[in-house]
Design a protein around this ligand. Structure first.
Ligand code: GDG
Length: 474
């Protein structure tokens, strides 16, 4: 059996000092690595200052080798904060207004990918299967190919791939597409992302679609598919069942004093639609006076990417908005919004999902959204809550038992909150059962096996290269 080599920007090296379980993605990839043996490589999250990054930090855990590299301050600035998080992230989330394109950052992005490739290449064996993750590392296959690596290489994009008109606003869009075409298999979250990718290639005359999953572009034939990522459904459900006994969860439940709980959980990110959601909640309270004092909305929003200016500004904005709504609607014995601007422990999160009558997941755009799936998995089958889900989350392609909303339609979302709270038990059960049955089958292990099976079983003779090469971006 070939070894598996996973490459991602950050690597969840197991921390034996912490009892908290790893997230679903880490669990699934670790299981695949345990089975085949292999390497998980990426950035340590550390900066080496001005100096060249030192040696790879190698950490062995059973059959898995974790290989981490530091980056210089300039690398972090240009590759991570710059091109990845201020160009690719906003553009892939349809926010052209927030993209801050600069050649220095773009060059840094390609330079760091070349650096990752140079560190990985000496570790590779000829029959290793390589699986690269997410938008930070799109050029990795090109760089490895240039170094003579002939291994099978797959790529999975965790975020959306926008349609041509949005993607082409990025000055190096052709280079990005060309780099994706260097993989043997390119995976997306949904059929829509896959169609956008194929559509962009065809529209620019850069490639053609040979069949639903085979594309020809830049002199290569390669496969592309959609692989919606899941969670560890059964384990998370069991976890949530136990979590209601957690002391903090019990305290939270008592503090509700019989009020219905509405929960929102998101990294602090403009793609998550938090401000529109707070507006919708305010409208819902104003339109439904009988709910005043009888519901409580808990928004858990850990800080993220605080070094990027747009995130820093948003942190202030959300805090101010929550304060304003509480000031306008609150009473001496009722706080309409409980806002937590830091991470809560996973058992507490699981328990909070379970005691919440409504899960409010309304991103403006999201590759998948695992919170939606965790909320469903955490419910009590006898008395499940209702998921309100943005139609612009990848998860909406699968979770059709949710109340689907357009997050830009604040009134529509407000109405959905009332509909969810008023929903009869039988309807709640039916909707939940349908989603839970789906999630139990389509869990994160299924996702991982599906992608790897397709990558490993590509038809003989694949990939086809017509020998066209291109110059690297310096
Ligand atoms: C990217 C894509 C895609 C959140 N707050 C706390 C906490 N979380 C956990 C959730 C969930 C995870 O973080 C967030 O995952 P999402 O999928 O919702 O969003 P992104 O971070 O943007 O992830 C996304 C995903 O990649 C996978 O492909 O679905 O579309 O954007 O697991 O539970 N966990 C804890 N405390 C918190 O306060 N412990």
């Amino acid at each position: 059996m070939s070894r598996l080599v996973v490459v991602s920007n950050r690597v969840p090296v197991p921390d034996t000092s912490k009892k908290a379980p790893a997230g679903g993605l880490a669990v699934a990839l670790k299981a695949a690595l345990d089975e085949r043996g292999g390497i998980w490589m990426g950035w340590s999250g550390q900066s080496s200052g001005e100096d060249e990054p030192g040696e790879l930090k190698i950490n062995e855990d059973g059959k898995i080798t974790y290989a981490l590299t530091d980056l210089t301050d300039r690398d972090v600035d240009e590759y991570y904060h710059g091109f990845a998080n201020r160009v690719l992230w906003p553009i892939c989330h349809y926010r052209l207004d927030l993209a801050d394109y600069g050649r220095k950052e773009m060059t840094g992005y390609f330079r760091v990918n070349r650096f990752f490739a140079s560190r990985l290449q000496p570790l590779l064996k000829p029959d290793d299967i390589i699986w690269v993750h997410d938008y930070h590392l799109i050029p990795l296959a090109s760089e490895l190919r240039r170094m003579g690596v002939k291994n099978r290489i797959g790529f999975f994009l965790h975020i959306p791939l926008p349609p041509a008109d949005v993607l082409f606003a990025m000055p190096v869009h052709e280079e990005i597409l060309r780099n994706l075409a260097e993989y043997d298999l390119v995976g997306f979250q949904t059929d829509h992302d896959l169609a956008n990718f194929a559509g962009a290639l065809v529209r620019e005359g850069l490639g053609e679609k040979l069949d639903d999953n085979t594309l020809s572009s830049f002199g290569r034939q390669f496969r592309a598919g959609h692989y919606p990522i899941g969670i560890e459904t059964a384990a998370f459900a069991a976890y949530a069942r136990r979590a209601v006994q957690n002391a903090l969860v019990r305290k939270a439940a008592e503090s509700l004093e019989g009020r219905e709980l509405i929960i929102g959980v998101d990294r602090l990110d403009y793609s998550k639609g938090i401000t529109q959601r707070l507006d919708a909640y305010e409208q819902f309270i104003n339109a439904n006076p009988h709910r005043q004092g009888n519901v409580s909305y808990l928004q858990v929003t850990p800080k993220s990417r605080s070094d990027v200016p747009e995130y820093e500004a948003m942190q202030r904005m959300v805090a101010e908005q929550a304060g304003r709504v509480n000031g306008a609607l609150g009473t001496v014995d009722w706080v309409p919004i409980r806002y937590i601007n830091r991470s809560v422990a996973r058992p507490v999160l699981a328990g909070l999902y379970r005691i919440a009558r409504v899960g409010l997941v309304t991103p403006l755009r999201d590759g998948m959204n695992l919170v939606a799936k965790e909320y469903v998995a955490a419910q009590n089958p006898e008395d499940p809550g209702v998921l309100i889900l943005s139609r612009f989350a990848g998860a909406a392609r699968e979770l059709t038992g949710a109340l689907l909303v357009n997050p830009y339609d604040v009134e529509g979302t407000a109405q959905a909150i009332e509909q969810a709270l008023a929903m009869p038990l039988e309807e709640r059960r039916n909707r939940w059962r349908q989603m839970m049955d789906y999630l139990l089958v389509n869990d994160v292990m299924h996702w991982c096996e599906d992608f790897l099976d397709d990558l490993i079983n590509l038809s003989p003779g694949h990939p086809h290269s017509t020998g066209v090469t291109h110059e690297p971006i310096q």
